[in-house]
Design a protein around this ligand. Structure first.
Ligand code: MCN
Length: 709
């Protein structure tokens, strides 16, 4: 059995040996380079004057401002058109040949102001409010009025810039019949579908190695549409790779949500009512970024109830267009914001009512699972009290240490939803020499799911892992697929692998039975062999013989499984940290961090713990370091000198514990962990600071100047 073991990543050897193959490594004969002219104004009408061939919106998308703006620009960094050059250096030099004449229009970057509709962020909009949905359950107004304790306030979850090591990038080559694209994407299949719709051409999309994404490479960005379109026109391959600053001002941003709230409670700290308004900054209108009903803002609003028994609640959710880069999914996509909001609120109650942080959470916890929260989200399985019980020894030890050493202790719980559908695919085929190819419709890009797929396939087929070769990220090797996001890959993609392996086993039995001149009912599949199961019989065929015979018998060992998914599954956990705060200078350092998660079956603890650590670092970073700083409609810290990312120096000592009180209904029994750390670590850190300072905190990131006394 491989599942459950800390098997080392099979993906890494190539990278260690410097054999990674990223988009920028792809060089095709006669390839030329694209660079984009970008808006320097947040909102303006514009005209282009160019002494060289210029491909603007009138060519790429005539009569529309999307994906390339043709008349009206709506954010700084928006692509206004492209030029083509022989090499990247020439391309940037040639930018000088293009002049943009702007006629400025009023702009708005603050969603709370934009929602008043005094300034239209794009002239084609009826209203800047692009999304409005209300969630209500029980009697929130009445209960709030009757509550002995009422707290109210505002919380801001700032705008973040996903900062994968590799920027986006695309190579596009139209070979006369088909468009071939290589893109740094989270899903080759999703990209292919979008390009087919946009161009009406046959498309093969390939995801080479990808140096991280964190959600920012799900949507098809304007540049990907434009370069693909141009390659069908110019007759040679095109490459586009943005600079880091271009990436930071034009790839989809994350978070940027605001909550105003009123919460009622008893004097014992039990929440009786929650009324809130969630306002999400959509940024400039860009359909691809947020046409999904289950998107970020709704997810925040529905998950704001956390793992707590809150039955009287009302949340108005609004998505507001502004003159900033569109926001899109960023690790957690709505669940971190919901968790941040409720965990900040419960922390405030703990400070106000002087109730211990763990105790107040315990008092509010849901009683049992499955549980449907007041806004209709199902928490499928688990034991939330048992989790608290397991966490108590750790918590009290950390509390003693905090008191003894003058450290700040922060706690937060979370429940989230992962493993989204609607389906996923896996294809498995066996070559005549017995080697097995496992292909997934997903698109991992750093998480290590390839290793997990090999473990799952090897276990399901009862064979050594070394026989399995895992592939993904090419629309020509599997009929279709969804992709990697929403911590779905091992649970949904892995379940598709198991399903394909089960289908394959039936085929192998058929081959074995025919080879042994038996009925299928007379054979069993065991340890990679087909055996005669009748009493006293010993005849069997090894895997390699089965593979060879299949070809001779004219039986294909090439199967594809589609695994449908109706409902997400719900991991949950409790995290805590010890933080050192210098009250005089405001300097902070998270010293110790502990996460206790229930993510169902853990397929590979090494991979899962790696995700825990990475996610936690991103969560800590949101609390302490990162923020897209906006001045006069533009982002002024669009480089790694000014936009603070954590390094290994900022990483605390981390410990991860996991328990399986609830398995998911999928064949893997797993729940996702790819986002959990980023979902919960942010409030853990803010809560530690607030507990130490004894006051409410609501505006991250806590750079020293915001904390210094
Ligand atoms: N795993 C496991 N047991 C479980 C759950 C997960 O062993 N019960 C392992 C899996 O085998 C896999 C990893 O943990 O190796 C994450 O699996 P999963 O929770 O299914 O999440 P995904 O693979 O779908 O990853 C998506 C998630 C998201 S949404 C973002 S954003 C994110 C993240 O993963 N972006 C990342 N982690 C990232 N890690 C890297 N290096 N780069 C990114 O861009």
């Amino acid at each position: 059995m491989y599942v459950g073991k800390p098997v080392k990543r099979i993906e890494d050897l190539n990278f260690i040996k410097g054999r990674g193959n990223y988009v920028d490594d792809i060089v095709l004969p006669n390839m030329k380079y694209v660079v984009f002219v970008r808006s320097e104004r947040p909102h303006a009408n514009f005209k282009i004057r160019s002494s060289i061939p210029f491909y603007g919106g009138d060519i790429v998308n005539p009569g529309k401002d999307f994906p390339i703006a043709s008349k009206e620009t709506t954010y700084v960094g928006q692509p206004l058109g492209a030029i083509v050059a022989n090499d990247p250096y020439e391309a940037y030099d040639l930018l000088e040949e293009v002049e943009v004449e702007y006629e400025d229009l009023p702009y708005e970057t603050d969603p709370l102001k934009a929602m008043r509709d005094e300034v239209k962020v794009y002239s084609g909009l009826e209203s800047n409010v692009g999304l409005r949905k209300n969630f209500e359950a029980g009697e929130p107004e009445k209960t709030l009025k009757e509550s002995p304790v009422v707290i109210e306030g505002e919380l801001k979850n700032q705008r973040l810039i996903a900062s994968p090591m590799e920027t986006r990038g695309i190579v596009a080559w139209f070979d006369g019949r088909k468009l071939n694209v290589w893109s740094s994407t989270q899903s080759a299949h999703y990209l292919r579908r979008n390009l087919v719709n946009f161009l009406g051409a046959d498309v093969r999309a390939i995801q080479p190695d990808v140096g991280g994404a964190f959600g920012s490479k799900i949507i098809t960005h304007p540049e990907e549409y434009a370069v693909s379109f141009l390659s069908t026109k110019v007759g040679f391959p095109l490459k586009w790779i943005p600079t880091r600053t271009e990436e930071m001002i034009s790839a989809g941003h994350g978070r940027d949500k605001h909550l105003s709230y009123k919460v009622g409670a008893t004097r014992e700290g039990i929440i009786t009512a929650l009324i809130g308004e969630v306002v999400g900054n959509l940024g400039a209108p860009y359909q691809d970024a947020y046409d999904d009903e289950s998107g970020n803002i709704l997810s925040t609003s529905r998950m704001i109830l956390g793992p707590y028994l809150i039955r009287n609640a009302k949340v108005n959710a609004l998505g507001v267009y502004t003159n900033l880069v569109p926001t899109t999914s960023y690790r957690g996509a709505g669940r971190p914001e919901g968790t941040y909001f409720i965990e900040s609120i419960i922390n405030e109650l703990s400070i106000e009512l002087k109730i211990d942080q763990l105790e107040i959470r315990k008092r509010n916890l849901i009683k049992s699972t499955p549980y449907e929260n007041a806004f209709g989200v199902t928490y499928d399985s688990g034991d939330y009290y048992e989790l608290i019980r397991k966490s108590e020894p750790y918590y009290f030890a950390m509390k003693r240490k905090a008191e003894a050493e003058g450290l700040c202790l922060g706690v937060a719980m979370y429940v989230e939803i992962t493993g989204f559908g609607p389906w996923e695919t896996s294809r498995i085929y066996v070559k005549s020499d017995g080697k097995i190819a496992v292909i997934s419709g997903t698109g991992p890009h750093g998480q290590g799911d390839g290793t997990a797929f090999a473990q799952l396939a090897a276990d399901a087929l009862e064979i050594p892992m070394e026989w399995v070769e895992v592939q993904w990220g090419d629309t020509s090797i599997i009929e279709d697929g969804i992709g990697t996001w929403g911590s779905r890959t091992v649970t949904v993609g892995g379940s598709a692998v198991i399903k394909a392996a089960e289908i394959l086993k039936e085929k192998l039995k058929e081959v074995g039975a025919k080879s042994l001149n038996l009925d299928v009912e007379d054979v069993i599949y065991e340890n990679g062999e087909v055996k005669d199961k009748r009493e006293g019989e010993r005849k069997s065929l090894k895997f390699k013989e089965l593979a060879e015979n299949a070809y001779k018998l004219g039986i294909s060992l090439d199967v594809t499984a589609v695994y449908p998914v109706n409902k997400p599954t719900s991991p949950y956990g409790i995290h805590m940290a010890l933080l050192r705060l210098d009250k005089e200078t405001g300097e902070t350092k998270v010293e110790e961090y502990l996460g206790i998660d229930d993510v169902g079956n853990v397929i590979n603890p090494l991979l899962a713990e790696g995700q825990f650590q990475g996610g936690v670092m991103q969560g800590i970073s949101q609390a302490l370091y990162e923020e897209a700083t906006i001045q006069e409609g533009r982002i002024i810290n669009s480089n790694f000198g000014d936009y603070l990312l954590p390094t290994a120096m900022e990483a605390p000592k981390m410990k991860w514990e996991h328990f399986t009180f609830g398995v998911s209904p999928h064949p893997t029994g797993s729940k996702g962990i790819g986002e959990a750390g980023a979902v919960v670590a942010t409030p853990v850190v803010q809560n530690a600071l607030a507990q130490c300072l004894g006051r409410r905190l609501n505006a991250m990131p806590y750079h020293p100047e915001r904390l210094a006394t």
